[in-house]
Design a protein around this ligand. Structure first.
Ligand SMILES: Cc1cc2nc3c(=O)[nH]c(=O)nc-3n(C[C@H](O)[C@H](O)[C@H](O)COP(=O)(O)OP(=O)(O)OC[C@H]3O[C@@H](n4cnc5c(N)ncnc54)[C@H](O)[C@@H]3O)c2cc1C
Length: 308
């Protein structure tokens, strides 16, 4: 059995990217027929809800866009697409103000009433905006309120299977979905399709990522003819829980811990980051701390569980 309908804009994925895309389309033209599709529940699936640490943004007059940009490209070992890095840095202040003033996210305050910004690894200035360590829950909850208020259609527990293309394969014209609960297919025709399904970590033994993210959105785009880039750029977060045999194994220990001064020790009790970077130590970027920890384990300096 299959159901079918048409919509103006079909948005696959309901994390921060999907919900922001839907709201911006609605604000631009409230008459548009919009459809959100999520493999999980609205505002309950994906990684955005899991964000603990926060969002790097230049707000303090003593900070600068140039410094944020420099931290970003230096942290990326100059492999970054620098135009994209600049877009990220330049857009961040506007987006934080939009999240607070238009969407209603209440970020933590400093004693003087300004938005509080905490230290994050790899940053030369304290510029991480946050809500305690529940930043993602605040952002997703407020975005969800606006999606409800706007009355945007949302198909939850529905998986995107395949993008539909025009007869000449030049345009995406919709998608085939699977209603996970009923097992029925849904065919949606759309004037535009926005993919916000993220990537996926399921090839790794442990991951802190939302487990419904399985690269199938990327695969759909590939089969429809999209060119993929930088596929080797997987982010490794250096610190997580090691609790063998527990569901907590691999759960993230957030970046702010190292920002606030936490130390890392190997199985011999040595503060090993001093050997990798005497100045930044644990505040080195995620890739460097991950690599250093891995080197300790393969050098035989790990704990009895082969960790640090
Ligand atoms: C534990 C953790 C902590 C993090 N902390 C930070 C932080 O402090 N600061 C920071 O900047 N970043 C952080 N990140 C990274 C950040 O969460 C992501 O970069 C960001 O949330 C990605 O947003 P998104 O909307 O692209 O994807 P997501 O929020 O992951 O949303 C993906 C959506 O796609 C849906 N989906 C997937 N496949 C399909 C399909 N086939 N069909 C239909 N729907 C599908 C999912 O159900 C979900 O709704 C963290 C990530 C994790 C895992």
């Amino acid at each position: 059995m299959s159901d079918q309908f048409s919509t103006d804009i079909l948005i696959l994925g309901t994390g921060g990217a999907g919900l922001m895309a839907a709201l911006h389309a609605f604000w631009r033209d409230p008459v548009l027929d919009l459809t959100l599709v999520s493999k999980g529940g609205l505002a309950k699936s994906g990684c955005t809800r899991m964000v603990q640490g926060g969002y790097n943004v230049v707000l303090d007059p003593k900070d600068s866009l140039q410094a944020h940009f420099k931290d970003t490209v230096t942290g990326g070992a100059f492999l970054n697409d620098q135009d994209l890095a600049m877009t990220l840095v330049e857009d961040a202040p506007r987006i934080v103000r939009e999240l607070e003033n238009r969407i209603g996210c209440l970020f933590d305050r400093a004693p003087d009433g300004r938005i509080h910004q905490k230290a994050f690894a790899g940053q030369s200035f304290d510029r991480t905006v946050h809500v305690g360590d529940l930043t993602g829950i605040e952002i997703m909850s407020r975005l969800r309120d606006h999606i409800f208020a706007a009355g945007i259609r949302c198909l939850e527990y529905t998986r995107g299977l395949e993008l539909l293309t025009s007869a000449d394969s030049q345009r995406v014209v919709g998608a085939v979905l699977l209603d996970i609960q009923s097992g029925e297919f849904v065919v949606v025709r759309a004037k535009a399709v926005i993919l916000c399904t993220g990537a996926g970590p399921l090839m790794y033994q442990r991951s802190a990522c939302a487990q419904e993210k399985a690269m199938d959105g990327v695969a759909m785009a590939y089969r429809a003819g999209a060119h993929l880039m930088d596929m080797e750029m997987v982010q490794f977060h250096p610190t997580g829980m090691v609790v063998p045999g527990s569901r907590l194994n691999g759960a993230l220990l957030e970046e702010g811990l190292r920002g606030a001064g936490a130390h890392l020790f190997n199985g011999r009790g040595e503060r090993y980051m001093e050997r990798y970077d005497l100045e930044k130590k644990e505040r080195f970027t995620r890739d460097r701390v991950s690599r250093a920890s891995y080197m300790e384990v393969i050098a035989g300096c790990g704990t009895e569980n082969s960790n640090v």
